[in-house]
Design a protein around this ligand. Structure first.
Ligand code: ADP
Ligand code: TYD
Length: 268
């Protein structure tokens, strides 16, 4: 297929959710053909989302660094595909070539020019606007399921909890960019920070690579991120499910699938 649009997501080339693959390839790694759609069309479609009985759903995975989001995203995707759904696996920040370029700006260690927290917040939402317009809204509009590694709860956790930006300011940008669109289900993987940091170290040893700008933050930052996630979950118990991510992988995956299946039954 000829793709002359540099920001049109590439067709799925057998993507399995694996760390860093988006950034390396510089393309949105998505499943199924993505139909291009203008952001205006996408915004109109978003108002239909809450009534999409029998159609695609928007599922996000959240949690701090190293809690197992990427690992479990693969499980969720496989589970949904086995039930015959078209599934788009994607991530934030990123998911399209331009949004991945913004991701690189966000993750590159500061060097000589620290990134201002307000600029960081705006970049996160700029990437999100692009991702929603090019990938998420078109996929949902055609009935595909979208499974996304991080979304706006991460903004409340990192830019809100971690950087100390007021939730009300984040909410303004959320309303502007999302126009009422929010995940149908958010699986929050929660575990103590120290153990998650050990997993992160293990992954960096296995796969190589250096800590990114967020991964270099101090412990207090990650504690604040975790607290902010849990506050979000408490405030939205219907949407957010907290999974104990500190258990062994088999136990985490069993709990995650049990909670996902409850929703699948409720939605059917
Ligand atoms: N329940 C678990 N128990 C032990 N190790 C795990 C578990 N879940 C994931 N891991 C390992 O921890 C590391 C971080 O997992 P990953 O899925 O990359 O986390 P995240 O995407 O949240 O940063 C990986 O090396 C992964 O294999
Ligand atoms: C989506 C999003 C991510 N982030 C940060 C959190 C992560 O540190 C980083 C994305 O990196 P990622 O590779 O997804 O994190 P992990 O190492 O846990 O797999 O971007 C924000 O600060 N705000 C946001 O809104």
């Amino acid at each position: 297929m000829c793709n002359n649009d540099p920001d049109r997501p590439a067709r799925d080339a057998g993507y399995r959710p694996q760390r860093r693959s988006f950034a390396r390839e510089g393309v949105g790694s998505v499943h199924g053909g993505i139909h291009s759609a203008s952001s205006q069309a996408g915004r109109r479609e978003s108002h239909e989302r809450s009534d999409n009985q029998g159609k695609g759903r928007f599922i996000t995975l959240e949690g701090g660094e190293g809690v197992g989001k990427s690992t479990n995203l693969a499980l969720v995707v496989d589970h949904l595909r086995a039930r015959g759904h078209e599934v788009v696996a994607t991530r934030e920040p990123g998911g399209t070539p331009r949004a991945e370029a913004i991701r690189r700006l966000l993750l590159d260690p500061d060097g000589e020019e620290p990134l201002d927290p307000d600029a960081e917040l705006l970049l996160v939402f700029a990437a999100r606007a692009q991702h929603l317009a090019r990938v998420v809204r078109p996929a949902l509009a055609r009935g595909a399921w979208v499974v996304c590694d991080r979304f706006t709860d991460a903004t409340y956790a990192y830019q809100g909890g971690g950087r100390g930006i007021e939730a009300a300011r984040i909410a303004e940008l959320e309303a502007f960019v999302q126009q009422g669109l929010e995940p149908d289900l958010t699986l929050l993987l929660d575990m103590p920070m120290a153990a998650a940091q050990q997993r992160l170290d293990g992954r960096l040893q296995d796969q190589g690579g250096a800590r990114d700008r967020f991964e270099r933050e101090r412990d207090a930052f990650f504690e604040a991120v975790r607290r902010a996630y849990l506050v979000r979950a408490e405030a939205a118990p219907d949407r957010m499910v907290v999974i104990d991510a500190g258990a062994g992988l088999a136990a985490v995956q069993a709990e995650l699938l049990a909670r996902l299946n409850e929703r699948l039954v409720a939605w059917s």
